[in-house]
Design a protein around this ligand. Structure first.
Ligand SMILES: *Cc1c(COP(=O)(O)O)cnc(C)c1O
Length: 223
Protein backbone atom coordinates (compact mmCIF):
# COMPACT_ATOMS: atom_id res chain seq x y z
CA UNK A 1 0.00 0.00 0.00
CA UNK A 2 1.10 3.53 -0.65
CA UNK A 3 -0.31 5.66 2.15
CA UNK A 4 1.57 8.77 1.06
CA UNK A 5 0.14 8.56 -2.45
CA UNK A 6 -3.32 8.04 -0.95
CA UNK A 7 -3.07 11.10 1.27
CA UNK A 8 -1.89 13.26 -1.59
CA UNK A 9 -4.66 12.03 -3.83
CA UNK A 10 -7.28 12.56 -1.13
CA UNK A 11 -6.11 16.12 -0.61
CA UNK A 12 -6.44 16.79 -4.32
CA UNK A 13 -9.90 15.22 -4.39
CA UNK A 14 -11.07 17.23 -1.41
CA UNK A 15 -9.80 20.46 -2.93
CA UNK A 16 -11.68 19.73 -6.16
CA UNK A 17 -14.81 18.26 -4.56
CA UNK A 18 -14.24 14.89 -6.18
CA UNK A 19 -15.32 11.66 -4.47
CA UNK A 20 -12.46 9.20 -4.23
CA UNK A 21 -13.54 5.59 -4.56
CA UNK A 22 -10.67 3.35 -3.42
CA UNK A 23 -10.79 0.29 -5.66
CA UNK A 24 -9.88 -2.60 -3.39
CA UNK A 25 -10.60 -5.55 -5.71
CA UNK A 26 -8.24 -8.50 -5.14
CA UNK A 27 -6.76 -6.74 -2.09
CA UNK A 28 -7.06 -8.16 1.43
CA UNK A 29 -9.46 -6.99 4.11
CA UNK A 30 -6.51 -5.79 6.21
CA UNK A 31 -5.59 -3.24 3.52
CA UNK A 32 -9.14 -1.94 3.37
CA UNK A 33 -9.24 -1.63 7.14
CA UNK A 34 -5.96 0.28 7.18
CA UNK A 35 -7.41 2.82 4.79
CA UNK A 36 -10.70 2.87 6.69
CA UNK A 37 -8.76 3.80 9.80
CA UNK A 38 -7.43 6.82 7.94
CA UNK A 39 -11.01 7.89 7.27
CA UNK A 40 -11.67 6.40 3.85
CA UNK A 41 -15.28 5.20 3.48
CA UNK A 42 -15.88 4.71 -0.26
CA UNK A 43 -14.53 1.44 -1.61
CA UNK A 44 -15.02 -0.19 -5.02
CA UNK A 45 -15.27 -3.88 -5.86
CA UNK A 46 -16.07 -5.63 -9.12
CA UNK A 47 -16.86 -9.22 -8.15
CA UNK A 48 -20.05 -10.04 -6.30
CA UNK A 49 -18.65 -12.96 -4.30
CA UNK A 50 -15.57 -11.03 -3.22
CA UNK A 51 -17.69 -8.04 -2.24
CA UNK A 52 -20.00 -10.20 -0.13
CA UNK A 53 -17.09 -11.78 1.72
CA UNK A 54 -15.48 -8.42 2.44
CA UNK A 55 -18.71 -6.72 3.46
CA UNK A 56 -19.28 -9.37 6.12
CA UNK A 57 -15.90 -8.74 7.71
CA UNK A 58 -15.72 -4.97 7.58
CA UNK A 59 -17.39 -2.00 9.32
CA UNK A 60 -20.98 -1.33 8.29
CA UNK A 61 -20.51 2.34 7.53
CA UNK A 62 -18.35 1.59 4.49
CA UNK A 63 -20.00 2.79 1.28
CA UNK A 64 -19.52 -0.05 -1.18
CA UNK A 65 -19.43 0.80 -4.87
CA UNK A 66 -20.07 -2.01 -7.28
CA UNK A 67 -17.96 -1.15 -10.33
CA UNK A 68 -18.07 -4.45 -12.23
CA UNK A 69 -20.52 -5.88 -14.69
CA UNK A 70 -23.54 -6.92 -12.64
CA UNK A 71 -25.44 -10.04 -13.70
CA UNK A 72 -29.18 -9.99 -13.11
CA UNK A 73 -29.18 -13.15 -11.02
CA UNK A 74 -26.67 -11.67 -8.57
CA UNK A 75 -28.40 -8.38 -7.83
CA UNK A 76 -30.21 -9.67 -4.79
CA UNK A 77 -26.97 -10.75 -3.13
CA UNK A 78 -25.63 -7.21 -2.84
CA UNK A 79 -28.55 -4.84 -3.20
CA UNK A 80 -29.35 -4.58 0.50
CA UNK A 81 -26.02 -2.97 1.34
CA UNK A 82 -24.41 -1.60 -1.83
CA UNK A 83 -24.19 2.20 -1.95
CA UNK A 84 -23.88 2.79 -5.70
CA UNK A 85 -23.96 0.48 -8.73
CA UNK A 86 -21.72 2.03 -11.38
CA UNK A 87 -22.10 -0.25 -14.37
CA UNK A 88 -25.76 -0.38 -15.37
CA UNK A 89 -25.88 -0.77 -19.12
CA UNK A 90 -29.38 -1.91 -20.03
CA UNK A 91 -32.98 -1.07 -19.25
CA UNK A 92 -33.53 -4.75 -18.50
CA UNK A 93 -30.92 -4.65 -15.74
CA UNK A 94 -32.40 -1.43 -14.37
CA UNK A 95 -35.83 -3.05 -14.20
CA UNK A 96 -34.40 -6.07 -12.43
CA UNK A 97 -32.58 -3.89 -9.87
CA UNK A 98 -35.83 -2.02 -9.33
CA UNK A 99 -37.67 -5.29 -8.74
CA UNK A 100 -35.20 -6.46 -6.12
CA UNK A 101 -35.08 -3.03 -4.45
CA UNK A 102 -38.85 -2.98 -4.30
CA UNK A 103 -38.86 -6.23 -2.34
CA UNK A 104 -36.69 -4.59 0.32
CA UNK A 105 -38.45 -1.26 -0.01
CA UNK A 106 -35.19 0.59 -0.61
CA UNK A 107 -33.97 3.10 -3.18
CA UNK A 108 -31.09 1.80 -5.26
CA UNK A 109 -28.55 4.30 -6.56
CA UNK A 110 -27.27 3.54 -10.07
CA UNK A 111 -25.01 5.06 -12.69
CA UNK A 112 -25.56 4.35 -16.36
CA UNK A 113 -22.37 3.11 -17.96
CA UNK A 114 -21.56 4.68 -21.29
CA UNK A 115 -19.27 3.10 -23.85
CA UNK A 116 -16.70 5.81 -24.54
CA UNK A 117 -13.60 3.76 -25.40
CA UNK A 118 -12.47 2.67 -28.84
CA UNK A 119 -12.14 -0.92 -27.68
CA UNK A 120 -14.92 -3.36 -28.49
CA UNK A 121 -14.59 -5.15 -25.19
CA UNK A 122 -15.69 -2.45 -22.78
CA UNK A 123 -19.30 -2.57 -21.67
CA UNK A 124 -21.67 0.33 -21.92
CA UNK A 125 -24.45 2.15 -23.70
CA UNK A 126 -24.10 4.30 -26.78
CA UNK A 127 -25.84 7.67 -26.91
CA UNK A 128 -28.98 6.33 -28.58
CA UNK A 129 -29.40 3.66 -25.96
CA UNK A 130 -28.88 6.24 -23.21
CA UNK A 131 -31.51 8.45 -24.78
CA UNK A 132 -33.93 5.55 -25.00
CA UNK A 133 -33.43 4.57 -21.37
CA UNK A 134 -33.83 8.12 -20.12
CA UNK A 135 -36.96 8.44 -22.23
CA UNK A 136 -38.40 5.23 -20.80
CA UNK A 137 -37.58 6.30 -17.26
CA UNK A 138 -39.04 9.80 -17.65
CA UNK A 139 -42.10 8.97 -19.68
CA UNK A 140 -43.18 5.86 -17.83
CA UNK A 141 -46.68 6.10 -16.47
CA UNK A 142 -47.21 5.55 -12.79
CA UNK A 143 -47.46 1.82 -13.05
CA UNK A 144 -44.25 1.46 -15.04
CA UNK A 145 -42.14 3.92 -13.03
CA UNK A 146 -38.99 2.51 -11.55
CA UNK A 147 -39.74 3.90 -8.12
CA UNK A 148 -36.88 2.13 -6.42
CA UNK A 149 -34.15 3.37 -8.73
CA UNK A 150 -32.25 6.62 -8.47
CA UNK A 151 -30.23 7.25 -11.61
CA UNK A 152 -27.49 9.33 -10.04
CA UNK A 153 -25.29 9.91 -13.08
CA UNK A 154 -23.03 8.41 -15.69
CA UNK A 155 -19.91 6.25 -15.63
CA UNK A 156 -17.33 5.51 -18.27
CA UNK A 157 -13.93 3.96 -18.90
CA UNK A 158 -11.56 5.51 -21.39
CA UNK A 159 -9.48 3.52 -23.85
CA UNK A 160 -6.44 1.72 -22.54
CA UNK A 161 -3.89 3.72 -24.50
CA UNK A 162 -0.90 6.03 -24.17
CA UNK A 163 -2.66 8.51 -26.40
CA UNK A 164 -3.79 10.98 -23.76
CA UNK A 165 -5.42 13.27 -26.32
CA UNK A 166 -7.76 10.43 -27.17
CA UNK A 167 -8.45 9.72 -23.49
CA UNK A 168 -9.24 13.40 -22.96
CA UNK A 169 -11.66 13.42 -25.88
CA UNK A 170 -13.47 10.39 -24.53
CA UNK A 171 -13.89 12.06 -21.14
CA UNK A 172 -15.03 15.29 -22.82
CA UNK A 173 -17.64 13.29 -24.68
CA UNK A 174 -18.94 11.70 -21.48
CA UNK A 175 -19.13 15.10 -19.82
CA UNK A 176 -21.07 16.44 -22.79
CA UNK A 177 -23.61 13.62 -22.44
CA UNK A 178 -24.07 14.45 -18.77
CA UNK A 179 -24.81 18.05 -19.72
CA UNK A 180 -27.07 17.14 -22.61
CA UNK A 181 -29.26 14.72 -20.68
CA UNK A 182 -29.49 16.49 -17.33
CA UNK A 183 -32.63 18.55 -16.92
CA UNK A 184 -34.27 20.32 -14.03
CA UNK A 185 -36.47 17.30 -13.40
CA UNK A 186 -33.86 14.72 -14.20
CA UNK A 187 -30.47 15.26 -12.62
CA UNK A 188 -27.34 13.31 -13.42
CA UNK A 189 -25.14 14.77 -10.66
CA UNK A 190 -22.39 12.16 -10.63
CA UNK A 191 -19.83 11.60 -13.32
CA UNK A 192 -17.71 8.58 -12.47
CA UNK A 193 -14.63 8.67 -14.66
CA UNK A 194 -10.90 8.36 -14.09
CA UNK A 195 -8.63 5.57 -12.83
CA UNK A 196 -4.97 5.42 -11.79
CA UNK A 197 -3.66 6.11 -15.29
CA UNK A 198 -6.03 8.89 -16.26
CA UNK A 199 -7.71 10.45 -13.22
CA UNK A 200 -5.89 13.77 -13.63
CA UNK A 201 -7.30 14.22 -17.11
CA UNK A 202 -10.71 12.97 -15.95
CA UNK A 203 -10.88 15.62 -13.21
CA UNK A 204 -9.80 18.31 -15.65
CA UNK A 205 -12.66 17.23 -17.90
CA UNK A 206 -15.27 17.40 -15.18
CA UNK A 207 -15.23 14.12 -13.30
CA UNK A 208 -16.53 14.30 -9.73
CA UNK A 209 -15.96 10.66 -8.83
CA UNK A 210 -12.75 8.77 -9.54
CA UNK A 211 -12.12 5.06 -9.07
CA UNK A 212 -8.51 4.50 -8.15
CA UNK A 213 -6.96 1.16 -7.22
CA UNK A 214 -3.33 0.46 -8.01
CA UNK A 215 -2.05 3.93 -7.13
CA UNK A 216 -3.27 3.37 -3.57
CA UNK A 217 -3.05 -0.38 -3.03
CA UNK A 218 -0.21 -1.23 -5.41
CA UNK A 219 -0.30 -3.28 -8.58
CA UNK A 220 -2.71 -6.20 -8.71
CA UNK A 221 -1.85 -9.76 -9.65
CA UNK A 222 -3.70 -10.47 -12.87
CA UNK A 223 -7.15 -11.86 -12.07
C1 LIG B 1 -10.05 -1.98 -11.53
C2 LIG B 1 -10.93 -0.86 -11.88
C3 LIG B 1 -10.57 0.46 -11.55
C4 LIG B 1 -9.27 0.84 -10.88
O1 LIG B 1 -8.19 0.66 -11.73
P1 LIG B 1 -6.72 1.20 -11.35
O2 LIG B 1 -6.05 1.29 -12.66
O3 LIG B 1 -6.11 0.15 -10.47
O4 LIG B 1 -6.86 2.49 -10.68
C5 LIG B 1 -11.47 1.48 -11.86
N1 LIG B 1 -12.63 1.22 -12.47
C6 LIG B 1 -13.02 -0.04 -12.80
C7 LIG B 1 -14.33 -0.23 -13.46
C8 LIG B 1 -12.18 -1.10 -12.53
O5 LIG B 1 -12.56 -2.34 -12.87
Amino acid sequence: MNIEAYKKLLEECNAKKVTLVAVSKTKPVADILALYNLGQRDFGENYVQELIEKEKQLPKDIRWHFIGHLQSNKIKQIISFVHLIHGVDSYKLLKEINKQAEKLNILSNCLLQIHIAQEETKFGLDENELKTIIGLVNEADDEMKLKHINIAGLMGMASFTDNMAQVRNEFKYLKSLQKRYSTKQFHLPFLSMGMTADYTIAIEEGSNMIRVGSLIFGERESQ
